[in-house]
Design a protein around this ligand. Structure first.
Ligand code: ZN
Ligand code: ZN
Ligand code: ZN
Length: 365
């Protein structure tokens, strides 16, 4: 997805409206996804400062190392202000900011630059840019939803392929590498993670695939995703080596019902925390509420985790274009864990589930 200058300038205009509403004079955006969202340019996360100064009055100036300037797409989204190797980019930003009193700085800006800017621009209020940018990025346009859907379909295909693959006798790392290879083969530009948690390791939700050899009867959590054309995928499917014990099958059935109910609850106007509560309440009768130790979901887009977060305390109502995961999980330390995850887009016609891979507990060899 390469948004053109018109799309980028429209995003900047929406940011200015949000800045006016929250009293922010300028946005200062460095590494991370905010910069490409507004300029089409992604800065390398280097020690040289790259910073977009987005002024509420209309200027958008990209302060960029001279040697990186040729990489900035020439699509009229901003004025490029290169700085030479021996000059001071912090003073360039300070000059552009001028008499501003309230500045919002990108959440992933390197601390060394934030501290230098705070020293160079005294007497201003500093806010996190996420408060301004997060709600804008959370609402996806049609092109962004198409990109998320394509990425979702790619990992769906990987999940389907894995159902015919042997797990028993292999290490978690071996299965994880296969997930990565298959994501790349299905069109991803880069993998972001490929969690394989077998047996007791599955009780750690973000377990790093390790040298454990997957054995007979093991429940295996596979949670994987990557970036395709700039947008992220993220899916979790469950596998079991051989026919599952009744307790495993029952627990999985309760989890699958909770996930289904939470997906159906993710309608426009429902609050993020209410969607989380639906999954939690669904697990309670089976005695599984205490085993569900994380929020039900996170937004997804240019970043794998972004606004909106579906968690108790977030009363933000879902809006058309919000894209997020629905991923309840239950974890039993020392024994096993289970999670089931799809990406969903809130739409006026109802929740639009992007993933279509089979959701049953896959019995593998
Ligand atoms: Zn996670
Ligand atoms: Zn995931
Ligand atoms: Zn996720």
């Amino acid at each position: 997805v390469n948004p053109d200058g018109d799309v980028l300038r429209a995003r900047q205009a929406r940011a200015r409206t949000a800045m006016a509403a929250s009293g922010v004079d300028a946005l200062l955006l460095s590494v991370g996804a905010d910069l490409p969202y507004f300029t089409g340019y992604e800065a390398m996360p280097l020690e040289r400062l790259t910073m977009l100064v987005l002024d509420r009055e209309g200027a958008a100036t990209l302060v960029v190392p001279e040697l990186e300037a040729p990489r900035v797409p020439d699509i009229g989204a901003c004025t490029v202000r290169p700085w030479s190797e021996t000059s001071d980019p912090v003073s360039v930003v300070a000059e552009l900011v001028g008499p501003a009193r309230t500045l919002a700085v990108g959440d992933q800006t390197w601390t060394r630059f934030t501290l230098a800017l705070q020293a160079a621009i005294p007497g201003v209020v500093w806010l996190p840019a996420q408060a301004v940018v997060g709600p804008l990025r959370a609402v996806k346009d049609a092109a962004e939803i198409a990109a998320l859907r394509a990425a979702a379909h790619a990992v769906d295909a990987v999940a389907a392929e894995m159902r015919d693959r042997p797990f028993g006798g292999r290490t978690e790392i071996d299965v994880s590498r296969e997930l990565v290879d298959r994501m790349l083969a299905r069109g991803h530009d880069r993998p972001n993670f490929a969690i394989v948690g077998s047996g007791p390791n599955g009780a750690s939700p973000h377990h790093d695939a390790g040298s454990r050899i997957i054995g007979d009867g093991d429940v295996v959590v596979c949670d994987f995703g990557g970036t395709m054309a700039g947008y992220c995928s993220d899916i979790t499917r469950m596998f079991v080596v051989g026919e599952p014990a009744p307790e495993i099958a029952d627990t999985y059935a309760a989890l699958a019902v909770a996930q289904e109910l939470a997906v159906r609850a993710a309608t426009v106007g429902t609050t993020c925390e209410d969607v989380d509560a639906v999954a939690r309440h669904a697990l309670a009768p089976a005695g599984l509420a205490d085993a569900f130790i994380h929020r039900v979901g996170h937004g997804i887009g240019l970043d794998a985790h972004e606004d909106p977060y579906l968690v108790a305390g977030n009363a933000t109502p879902l809006a058309p274009g919000h894209a997020f995961s629905i991923e309840p999980g239950v974890y039993f330390p020392g024994r096993y864990g289970m999670r089931l995850e799809d990406i969903v887009v809130a739409a006026s016609a109802g929740p639009d589930r992007l993933n279509g891979a089979a959701r049953d507990l896959a019995v593998v060899a």
